[in-house]
Design a protein around this ligand. Sequence first.
Ligand code: ACO
Length: 334
Amino acid sequence: MKLMEKLWEKAKADRKKIVLAEGEEERNLQACEKILNNKIANVALVGDENNIKEKAKSLGLNIDGAEIFDPETSDKTEGYAKEFYELRKHKGMTLEKADKIVRDPLYFATMMVKMNDGDGLVSGAVHTTGDLLRPGLQIVKTKKGAKVVSSAFIMEVPNCEFGESGMLLFSDCAVNPNPTSEQLASIAISTAETAKSLCDMDAKVAMLSFSTMGSAKHELVDKVVEATKLAKEQRSDLDIDGELQLDAAIVKKVADLKAPESNVAGKANVLVFPDLQAGNIGYKLVQRFAKAEAIGPICQGFAKPINDLSRGCSSDDIVNVVAVTAVQAQNMTK
Ligand code: ACO
């Protein structure tokens, strides 16, 4: 069974309520019908109720099973404004401003998740990554133990012997432009956890660099060396090693030469990039040149699951991201 099919099955086994913040948008409405028909999750749509109903009707969609929350008329809005004010008053927030802000569908949807009126949030067919992440970072924040919110891509590379028969996780390819060593260590740990919880994979985490085990000296390498040390100290139960060049991380022959002592080199299935330039370019290279499927970016480290969509996404992509989010929500309550 392919990974996505497995995640659909997991999601169906214990249905969670996922909030779609862009509830008036066509692909979200199409996805909503598919999610309900396939019983993957319960759905809450955020937006203007009349508009949502009229659009669904004109598209010939049945979304009767979805709840609709209109920030302008909802009886939740006042309470959310008060809570948002409490959360942000140290940053100069006023009640008046908070009342305006939570009427923004993305902020309203994020407050729903914060206040346990939804188990997870998916958005980004219209909004940018930053638009979605900012309310999440301000309101839901990081889970206990995580230093940062970051992201992972599950890469499924066809006809490939690396990782788990071509399946590898790449991180961070979408969130942190230039993580510190501490943040990089946290990203490595979060990605190992994502590998386990979504892919049933025992992670072998390579901390990538242009140097292998001291072969080059540079402050950029020092950051990765320090991150590796911190991650190992924090989670001695995980297989994390570095610094490793990409070939030493995944090719056994190269690993035998360059890092013979390593328990990760040559068999890494989680690749942690030193910064966002490397990570974002790296996953797109593999996606395009190797025709790999890139599932993500899957956000990790939030206290409640929040996931982003690409603006070019299809309704099927939204269904899949909802399934991922629902499984993350299940794992958080375990
Ligand atoms: N984890 C946890 N908290 C964070 C993080 C993080 N990674 N980043 C910022 N924060 C917190 C800050 O501490 C701050 O908290 P506070 O307001 O309570 O003090 C709050 O979030 C806002 O911080 P800012 O630094 O003001 O946030 P910023 O406006 O820089 O936005 C963001 C943060 C959106 C994550 C930014 O770093 C960003 O745009 N990253 C790149 C996103 C991107 O463009 N990705 C590439 C495209 S995606 C793709 O190709 C798949």
